[in-house]
Ligand binder design. Structure first.
Ligand code: NAP
Length: 258
């Protein structure tokens, strides 16, 4: 059964991916830690669309989880033809003061789990010569972000990794795309234990997902959702990296102090 696998589907951007793809008639396999939220969402999606909505409750930052997820999807006979690696979190503050275990856990989820899931699910896609992968990066992946140092570095990894795989897999008909949202109105800032930016600068997760699905259908290597975010990223290209980093540092510092 052809299925879209979405990690981090219990809220925010992942939940909206699930809703929009189910509405387009796609079967979904949803993954996150919050089993109660996944059960409610699957029941709702299954009822209101003629699709099969299933879930697996997993902490993907645990070393054994990506392999367990692949084994369980295979056992259920699911053909994952769209993988959306969306689960992720951030942290905010001066790196030296942040909890080291949490920073390392972030790398395990944002980077390690994403690489392993991509590797495991890409192999059968290549055999079938059909499939697509969306890896959720961030506009933070285009530049260093002081006071979100580890997070921005994980997203720089996701962006670079995904663009490289886009090119490697183009000849085989497999699409790989990095999705780079800017500030989006989700639980992200609560989870990051940071101050939420003003609502006026935030996109809705619906707009982010629409941009992603448009970009995927056009075979893009990456999508920056929203014109403001696009112009911000593009305008930084010619400036010295040290300047960009200092400006970002000043903005983040003043946000922390508010
Ligand atoms: N919001 C923004 O401003 C923004 C901007 C750029 C990029 N992004 C990226 O967008 C992606 C989605 O974030 P969001 O904004 O939608 O935030 P969110 O509402 O906090 O969603 C995060 C999702 O990841 C899941 N998750 C967290 N830790 C997990 C773990 N250890 N194992 C499995 N699932 C886990 C959460 O579910 P459980 O808690 O139930 O596990 C939740 O479903 C992330 O990769 C984030 O970095 C967000």
């Amino acid at each position: 059964m052809n299925t879209t696998l979405i990690t981090g589907a219990s809220s925010g951007i992942g939940e909206v991916f699930a809703r929009k793809l189910a509405a387009r008639g796609r079967n979904v396999l949803l993954v996150a830690r919050s089993e109660d939220k996944l059960i409610t969402l699957c029941n709702e999606l299954g009822r209101s669309n003629s699709i099969r909505a299933q879930y697996i409750a997993l902490d993907l930052s645990k070393p054994e989880s990506p392999a367990r997820l692949f084994a369980e999807a295979t056992k259920r006979g699911l053909v994952v033809d769209l993988l959306i690696n969306n689960a992720g979190f951030g942290s905010m503050g001066e790196f030296s003061t942040l909890d080291l275990a949490r920073e390392l856990n972030m790398i395990d989820l944002n980077v390690k789990a994403l690489v392993e899931l991509t590797h495991r699910f890409l192999a059968p896609m290549l055999e079938r010569k059909q499939g697509a992968i969306i890896n959720v990066a961030s506009t933070a992946g285009f530049q260093p972000v002081p006071f979100m140092a580890t997070y921005a570095a994980t997203k720089a990894f996701v962006l670079s990794f995904s663009e490289a795989l886009w090119e490697e897999n183009r000849p085989y008909g497999i699409k790989v795309m990095a999705l780079c949202p800017g500030v989006t109105d989700t639980n992200f800032f609560e989870a990051a234990r940071g101050r939420k930016p003003p609502a006026r600068v935030a996109q809705t997760p619906e707009d982010v997902v629409d941009a992603a699905l448009r970009g995927l259908s056009r075979g893009k290597s990456h999508v920056i959702s929203g014109w403001t975010n696009f112009l911000m990223v593009e305008s930084e290209r010619l400036a010295p990296r040290s300047l960009i980093t200092r400006v970002a540092g000043r903005m983040m510092r003043s946000q922390q102090e508010k």
